[in-house]
Design a protein around this ligand. Structure first.
Ligand code: AMP
Length: 285
């Protein structure tokens, strides 16, 4: 496994891979890896001949009040895990490599980003779209892998790829969870023991709403209320949002007669966690 810090170095490596005709899979991450990230890597390994992972805590997707400075980092451990998975190359650029002082160009979506996490974190998806565009241009993957856990992010990336005629095929990987249902996240490291225990309420809320949906509840506001009520019973939880939105356009819906995303963001004291489930009437969950 080779580790690159410079754009030109990884570009040359990719050129060599392409000459060999390898299908190239790419997994962008912010590091502090867990089984969720590794599921993406394994899926990439399964369907691609070469796999590149990036580790970059992207400052432009963090707001001024966000946790950029204290975002957890453990570079050595990350490299060890990726080596064990048989990754071909890791790209770990410095901030100045991605955004030199002279940097001025951003990618902005005019839709899809004014709800859910986009509303709570203004500018967040501009940062995501910008860094993913840059990474796609540098790595030129055939396939890029994203987690269902960040549901809005996947839809934003898919739309950007469609709108800007980008090459990579976007592959979505199901959310990997802890035994109590909590979605794995690098931010789970912020939780105290008490908060960690409380945090499973988020998945419990979503599952309860999904069960109600399976029994015939099709009204978004009722489905959301089920989640909100369960969260309200947990003193450490504070709701940021619970929303039902259409897939893939994230429009509000009056009745769930098409696949929707039931998504939630919840603070446990200062730590904001997100999760979602897809409710698909066609599948009769
Ligand atoms: P991050 O390092 O948090 O930016 O995440 C990098 C990629 O891993 C994104 O595509 C995430 O959606 C994905 N990811 C993070 N947590 C999980 C999880 N629990 N299950 C599946 N994918 C995940």
């Amino acid at each position: 496994m080779v580790v690159f810090q410079k754009n030109d170095e990884i570009k040359s490596f990719v050129t060599e891979l392409k000459k060999m005709g390898h299908t190239l899979g790419f997994v962008p991450t912010m590091g502090y890896l867990h089984e969720g990230h590794l599921a993406l890597v394994r899926e990439a390994k399964k369907i691609c001949q070469a796999v590149i992972v990036s580790i970059f805590v992207n400052p432009t997707q963090f707001g001024p009040q966000d946790d950029f400075e204290r975002y957890p980092r453990d570079f050595e451990r990350d490299l060890r895990l990726l080596k064990e998975e048989g990754v071909d190359a890791v790209f770990v650029p410095a901030v100045a490599e991605v955004y030199p002082k002279s940097y001025v160009t951003y990618v902005t979506l005019k839709g899809l980003t004014d709800c859910l996490c986009g509303r709570s974190r203004p500018g967040h998806f501009d940062g995501v779209a910008t860094v993913v565009t840059k990474l796609f241009n540098i790595v030129r993957p055939d396939k890029a892998f994203f987690g269902q856990k960040d549901g809005q992010q996947v839809l934003v990336i898919r739309k950007m790829v469609e709108d800007l005629n980008m090459e990579p095929e976007i592959v979505t990987v199901p959310t990997v969870r802890e035994p109590d249902g909590l979605a794995m996240s690098s931010r789970n490291a912020y939780l105290s023991a008490e908060e960690r225990k409380a945090a499973s309420v988020l998945y419990r809320g979503l599952m309860t709403a999904r069960a109600a949906f399976a029994k015939g509840e099709k009204k978004p506001e009722r489905l959301c209320k089920i989640v909100v009520d369960i969260l309200a019973a947990e003193p450490l939880a504070r709701v940021d949002y619970v929303e039902v939105r259409s897939i893939p356009n994230l429009d509000p819906v009056e009745i769930v007669d098409q696949p929707v995303l039931l998504a939630a963001a919840v603070y446990f004291t200062k730590t904001r966690l997100i999760d979602n489930v897809v409710l698909d009437p066609g599948k009769g969950l």
